[in-house]
Design a protein around this ligand. Structure first.
Ligand code: DMJ
Length: 654
């Protein structure tokens, strides 16, 4: 269509503008007719009245409207209420009703109706306006602090929700801390036992003082070179010995040392490091140590640090199966597995040893994420077939399938089994799934791994795709204590049998110590090639101050009170003093079959956390850390049993 075709309709008429000519020039419109001399006087009067009411209304509206562009725009530009947002909806000017009234053709009634409607509308406008004024005044009269605090309250709520979702420590619920049960024991009444206990405390002091003197703030001590020792297991997180030793210092009532440890933690313990750490080691030593210190003292700093570190470990679970990586860069959150682990697998003893600490992190933070993660691990395990009912040491976190079918109750497997039993006990025996998993695993271990030597020593062999390797690790010796603890809590028909199993393992491990030159056991010992409980390979002859044998003695002592366990434990103390104690602390040995010491020059942090703690408990009364109230994590850190109900806790406290 040519443009010229539209022009005539929108162009002004010749002569221009709206002046008279436009309207007048168009010839006879309806208005002109209606307004003509044909109206009666009353009609004219009604029209005049309606018109004047309309003018008054408009004037009134303008007069009463507040000086608000929003309201003005509401009135003038949103007169169609359907276009106004609900919150901005204002009663309109009522033009519709004025018109309706004004159109009345029934003389006086229409007039009155119109006048009444106009008055109504004016009243509404006034009311709205006054309300707006009142609100504005109230807001202006509020103190600036009140406004500020309203804003802050809102902000806080949002932040709290966000923090809770993120599992941030800022969202911690308030916990009513009560003094722990049996954290400090009475002096033993027997003077000989008292003296032995005092000796073990002196050993702790020697280890601590030298660490303080030569390696303060670093991870571990080199007692021969008298300097710090760093381990890649902790990346560049520092202070492993301080955190690991905290609860031992507390129960031994080494108050000054505990105080200096706490002060160091407050000022220096820092997890904002750009380094790769072992998730397992950091969890059992640092998270475990901090949780234990919190439960013993109620000091907020320990809880705060434990939760903060727990959060830092969470990215390790970002794998397709939810089975965590072994190694994690704390800054980038990038994880990976040990390069030597079968087909990129995660390790059973590592991902299976997070459960206790993570359940407590949820308990202390109010954030379910920690528990969800570890129960997720359990779910994966429960969907998998177990060869002969056994749990292989390797599990691929990407495929969620087993790697090599190697099974061990020692290294790579050990504390997974320990944590099944302790998850059940720590839940006040409500976690029946853990109980079932534990007892069926032990049954499979008994059938396929436990053997008796021709000399009558019971041992736990390693299983490699169905073939047995007749070797038992020092690490495996913890299992004696585990069987006994499980026995004490299991059904009567299992009790005797498992206690005996624990006792037999304890004896075998004792033999592994007793058959060396220094009376401390090797890293691994064999039951083949004509030997029993003796290391045959040079690479297995070392002793690094490990606790597992005295750990089993401690449980056996508590559960049977057979004096031989104290006797064996004291032999270990004497051997430690004779062969591992040096001027600068305690050192491991490279070969336990040599009379002349060959020091490895490392004072492991677990010597203070575990070995000395278990020895101290062996020479204390049973009311120091009673087993029905406390669970020891795999690094001997203390976690209380989470009672079914508070009333029971109250009862137990009396
Ligand atoms: C400790 O860190 C723990 O006991 C862990 O379960 C195994 N290794 C050492 C002690 O030998």
């Amino acid at each position: 269509m040519p443009m010229g075709g539209l022009l005539p309709m929108f162009s002004s008429p010749p002569g221009g503008g709206l002046g008279g000519g436009g309207v007048g020039g168009s010839g006879g419109s309806g208005i002109r007719k209606g307004a003509g001399p044909g109206f009666r006087l009353t009609e004219k009067f009604v029209l005049l009245l309606v018109f004047s009411a309309f003018i008054t209304l408009c004037f009134g509206a303008i007069f009463f409207l507040p000086d608000s562009s929003k309201l003005l725009s509401g009135v003038f530009f949103h007169s169609n209420s359907a276009l106004q947002p609900a919150s901005e909806h204002k009663p309109g000017l009522g033009l519709g009703s004025v018109n309706a009234g004004g159109k009345g053709e029934d003389g006086g009634e229409g007039e009155r109706a119109a006048a009444a409607a106009a008055a109504d509308n004016l009243a509404k406008i006034r009311e709205d306006h006054e309300r707006a004024l009142r609100e504005a005044q109230e807001t202006l009269q509020k103190l600036p602090e009140e406004i500020q605090s309203d804003i802050l309250k809102e902000k806080e709520q949002v932040t709290q929700n966000k923090q809770f979702k993120k599992g941030n420590a800022g969202g911690l619920p308030h916990l009513d801390f009560r003094p722990p049960i049996g954290a400090i024991g009475r002096e033993p009444t027997d003077p000989e036992i008292r003296q032995k206990r005092a000796k073990i405390k002196e050993m702790m002091k020697h280890a601590w003082d030298n660490y303080k003197l030569y390696a303060w703030g670093l991870n571990e001590l080199k007692p021969i070179s008298k300097k710090g020792h760093s381990s890649s297991l902790f990346g560049n997180i520092q202070g492993a010995t301080i955190v690991d030793a905290l609860d031992t210092l507390f129960i031994m009532e080494m108050k000054d040392e505990f105080k200096e440890a706490k002060e160091w933690i407050e000022k220096n313990l820092d997890f904002n490091v750009n380094a790769e750490i072992s998730v397992f080691e950091v969890n059992i030593r640092f998270v475990g140590g901090l949780l234990s210190a919190y439960y013993l003292t109620g000091e907020e700093i320990f809880r705060k640090k434990a939760v903060e570190l727990g959060e830092k470990l969470l990215p390790a679970f970002h794998t397709p199966s939810g089975i965590p990586w072994a190694l994690l860069n704390l800054k980038s959150g990038i994880g990976r597995n040990w390069p030597w682990a079968s087909g990129g697998s995660s390790i059973l003893a590592e991902f299976g040893t997070l459960h206790l600490e993570f359940v407590h992190l949820t308990h202390l933070s109010g954030n379910p994420i920690f528990a969800e993660k570890v129960f997720g691990i359990r779910n994966v395990l429960n969907t998998l077939d177990k060869p002969q009912g056994l749990y292989p040491n390797y599990l691929n976190p990407s495929s969620g399938q087993w790697g090599q079918h190697h099974v061990s109750v020692g290294g790579l497997g050990d504390s997974f089994y320990e944590y099944l039993l302790k998850a059940w006990l720590m839940s006040d025996k409500t976690d029946l799934e853990a109980k079932k998993m534990y007892f069926s695993a032990v049954q499979a271990i008994e059938t396929h791994l436990i053997r008796k030597s021709s000399g009558g020593l019971t041992y736990i062999a390693e299983w490699k795709g169905g073939l047995l390797e007749h070797k038992m690790g020092h690490l495996t010796c913890f299992a004696g204590g585990m069987f006994a603890l499980g026995a004490a809590c299991a059904s009567p028909e299992l009790t005797q049998h498992h206690i005996e199993l624990g006792a037999e393992i304890a004896r075998t491990c004792y033999e592994s110590y007793n058959r060396t030159a220094v009376k401390l056991g090797p890293e691994a010992f064999r039951f083949d090639g004509g030997v029993e409980a003796i290391a045959t390979r040079q690479s297995e002859k070392y002793y690094i101050l490990r606790p597992e044998v005295v750990e089993t003695y401690m449980y056996m002592w508590r559960l049977t009170h057979d004096p031989k366990y104290r006797k064996w434990a004291w032999e270990a103390v004497e051997a430690l003093e004779k062969h591992c104690r040096v001027d600068g602390g305690y050192s491991g040995l490279r070969d336990v079959y040599l009379k002349r010491e060959s020091y490895d020059d490392v004072q492991q942090s677990f010597f203070l956390a575990e070995t000395l703690k278990y020895l101290y408990l062996l020479f204390s009364d049973d009311d120091l850390l009673p087993l029905e109230h406390w669970i020891f994590n795999t690094e001997a850190h203390l976690l209380p049993v989470l009672r079914k109900n508070n009333q029971e806790v109250e009862e137990n406290r009396k």
